[in-house]
Design a protein around this ligand. Structure first.
Ligand SMILES: [Zn+2]
Length: 431
């Protein structure tokens, strides 16, 4: 219990702030329909959500004169019972909700629907909000002494969620236990997979904290958006990533120090395929019928599978060449070259000298040239020397550029502050 432990001044201050916040509208002014588990309404989320929609800052000295409560409709509920659970003790409000034509949608709310009420300290109703059964948002409030109900326009809203978890068996068991949606769990996996091998490096007790975005349409979940920031502590080593968007199109993940989290190269130019022939210095070539070094790797994939550029670069060759068949070569950062062979066709308009970005579609798998079946032949060269693309230590992507350093730093500082706040909160919960 909180009172049994001597609290530091700072902790006390934070808890007081927490108590104040929890009596405020947790998710904003007009958009507060929490079709989310109660656990989403804890301190960090509330804080984040309030910041997200830019409510005025609340300091811990403000006196609170109204109270918000959430309730869900239960089987067999009457208006009176529901109002009683919402701590509304207001005869006029009760009469209005029971009888007015415009509050029919309230009386018809189905089981499980959530209602939020703001009341005075003595139970007088100030505001009532809910999502009606047909998905419209209804706001009831008192104007000139009389209650009125208004339908609010459809509204897209982004909310930030915070999840913390601990590894007991594997990553996905932990993200499930933490209540993270699968899309966010996949992103977490992808985000740190350049540094952590989630099959072999995970240990019991590894921990993570993730802040991600969800988009709601009138309070109903539309989709799970991107991770905004994350921390993963693997075998005592702390990895952190923060998303920074420099303009409408371009965003990427960086460490709080501005180093790219991403590698400069994707490990593989195609998704979900297996290596059918690895990198060797000699192998028997089935078509040439002789032993020959295989200075690349082959990815088995059906004809037509999309091939991505593994890194930002400039196309140095597009065309036919001997055993390669249709082949693309891309130069990267001066020293690196990647080669993509046996293609059935190239991406439309792809030409020599063209700038491509990591992940751009450049062509399609085929079996042109010396190929016994459809596959992608991929090579990775450093200063003209072949390396095994599956093993080579991949360079980091570019750090944050100096022109964005200042803007980035404020985003990163905010992220670090939130993480520290989360730690303190979790400690408080354990007290
Ligand atoms: Zn090959």
């Amino acid at each position: 219990m909180l009172t049994q432990n001597p609290l530091s001044q700072e902790r006390k201050k934070k808890l007081r702030w927490f108590v104040t916040l929890s009596t405020m509208p947790l998710l904003g002014v007009l958009t507060a329909f929490g079709l989310v588990p109660q656990s989403d309404l804890g301190l960090p989320t509330a804080k984040v959500a309030i910041e997200e929609i830019a409510l005025p800052k609340v300091d811990d000295t403000v006196a609170v004169s109204s109270f918000w409560r959430n309730e869900r409709v239960q089987r067999g509920d009457t208006v009176a019972e529901l109002l009683s659970r919402l701590s509304v003790e207001d005869a006029a409000a009760s009469d209005y909700l029971r009888n007015a034509a415009e509050t029919e949608s309230f009386r018809k709310l189905s089981v499980g629907k959530e209602i939020q009420a703001e009341t005075t300290a003595t139970g007088g109703l100030i505001t009532l909000r809910y999502l009606s059964n047909n998905g419209t948002q209804i706001l009831i409030d008192k104007q000139n002494g009389a209650f009125t109900a208004n339908t609010l326009a459809a509204q897209l809203e982004k909310r930030l969620f915070v999840r913390t978890g601990e590894i007991k068996t594997n990553l996905y068991a932990a993200t499930d236990a933490a209540g993270m949606p699968e899309a966010a769990a996949n992103q977490l996996n992808e985000l740190f997979s350049g540094d952590i091998d989630f099959h072999h490096d995970l240990r019991v007790g590894d921990r993570f904290t993730v802040v991600y975005e969800m988009t709601y349409n009138n309070g109903a979940l539309l989709n799970t958006g991107r991770i905004q920031s994350a921390e993963f502590i693997n075998q005592g080593h702390v990895y952190r990533a923060v998303y920074f968007q420099k303009d409408a199109q371009h965003g990427d993940y960086y460490t709080p120090e501005g180093k790219s989290v991403r590698k400069a190269f994707l490990r593989s130019p195609i998704e979900y395929s297996r290596v059918s022939s690895g990198f060797t210095n000699s192998r028997f070539h089935p078509l040439l019928n002789k032993w020959k070094a295989h200075k690349g790797v082959d990815f088995a994939a059906p004809t037509g599978t999309r091939i991505k550029a593994t890194a930002d670069g400039v196309v140095s060759f597009v065309g036919k060449e001997n055993g390669y068949g249709n082949v693309i070569m891309i130069k990267h950062q001066g020293r690196y070259t990647t080669v993509y062979g046996h293609l059935s066709r190239f991406a439309q308009g792809l030409h020599r000298g063209q700038r491509v970005a990591q992940g751009d579609l450049i062509g399609y798998v085929g079996m042109t040239g010396l190929a016994s079946g459809p596959h992608l032949h991929y090579e990775f060269k450093i200063n003209g020397q072949h390396h095994n693309p599956m093993r080579v230590a991949l360079p980091d992507a570019q750090p944050i550029s100096s022109s964005y350093q200042e803007a980035f730093q404020s985003v990163a500082d905010d992220f670090v502050a939130r993480l520290n706040l989360l730690r303190n909160t979790n400690l408080a919960k354990l007290d």
